[in-house]
Design a protein around this ligand. Structure first.
Ligand SMILES: O=c1[nH]c(=O)c2[nH]c(=O)[nH]c2[nH]1
Length: 302
């Protein structure tokens, strides 16, 4: 005998762009572009086991719903829009008990033309995305995780790595001055929201949290004399927790994108290592991968 032990289905890669026109001047516009994934859970086993399509809210319906809700509601901040979409599915369909909504928002940054922000022209300044994952579950409110991915940064000095464990397997020399580069994947988990009204009430906090997390990540990366990726990401995390009271925990996942020194001394004694290093070899793989979750200390531990 066999039984279904996991079942979710929905539409992935729903792409949409919304143009927001200034009511006072139609020429003055803002755009938001995102990719949405919707996955539903509920009393849907029979669709798998008995070909009972009566319980299936078609994935095409889910896509159409996403467009309709985007027309009828604000799509920014993405945390609010994902909550609107998730709440719709668990309230509209009695047999759907949870909705997982993931949004990936692309960067469209307003162009500066003749030194002034242009009314309706934008540029894609980098592959960085703003991400949101919302779980709307009947009777359990809304769980929201926000984040940033693909924010690629590099510093050419101000990073060291020494004092690490050494044994018969260790070849890596200590360094007090190295290149540090990573593609930032950061996420922050909000305290549970009781429902859509609770999310609406706090909606002003989402953009501020994203701005703080991004600023803290960049400022800490740039200003700190980093002793290790581990310590730098912890310092970023604790500052985000301090800046955003509604956030319970922060995750970082940082690849260490290595740049190796190249010894050119074999060529006429050319000096290109240590303090003389100028030409480096970027490595695509393997790379270090350092991850952590930093949570608020529970009061019991204080
Ligand atoms: O910041 C670092 N953390 C490590 O754990 C590590 N390991 C390594 O080889 N280089 C680095 N750098």
């Amino acid at each position: 005998m066999a039984e279904v032990t996991y079942a979710r289905y929905g539409k992935d890669n729903i792409r949409l762009l919304k143009v927001i026109r200034d009511p006072a001047d139609r020429n003055k516009q803002t755009v938001v572009e995102m990719t949405v994934r919707i996955l539903l859970e509920g009393d849907i086993e029979s669709s798998y086991t008995r070909a009972d399509n009566s319980v299936v809210v078609a994935t095409d319906t889910q896509k159409q719903t996403c467009y309709i809700l985007a027309k009828q509601h604000p799509i920014a901040p993405p945390e609010l829009f994902a909550s609107i979409v998730g709440t719709h599915f668990i309230t509209e369909y009695p047999h759907i008990h949870a909705a997982h909504v993931k949004i990936t928002q692309l960067r469209w940054t307003r162009m500066l033309i003749d030194g002034k922000p242009h009314a309706h022209s934008f540029l894609r300044d980098g592959e960085e995305t703003r991400d949101v994952e919302v779980v709307a579950r009947e009777g359990a409110g809304l769980d929201i995780k926000s984040g940033i991915t693909k924010l690629t940064v590099l510093k050419s000095t101000g990073s060291a790595f020494y004092g690490f464990h050494r044994d018969a397997y260790t070849a890596l020399p200590e360094t007090w001055d190295r290149i540090l580069s990573t593609e930032v994947e950061a996420a922050w988990r909000w305290r549970r929201f009781a429902g859509l009204e609770d999310v609406r009430r706090e909606a002003g906090a989402f953009d501020g949290a994203w701005e703080s997390a991004r600023r803290i990540t960049l400022e800490t990366f740039a200003k700190e004399n980093s002793p290790s990726v581990q310590n730098t990401m912890f310092k970023m995390s604790e500052q985000i927790l301090a800046a955003v009271p509604l956030v319970d925990s922060v995750d970082y996942s940082l690849p260490n994108k290595h740049y190796f020194e190249i010894d050119l001394s074999w060529h006429k004694g050319l000096k290109n290592t240590g303090a003389d290093a100028e030409v480096y070899a970027p490595q695509s793989n393997p790379n270090g991968l350092i991850q952590c979750t930093v949570s608020r200390k529970s009061k019991a531990k204080l």
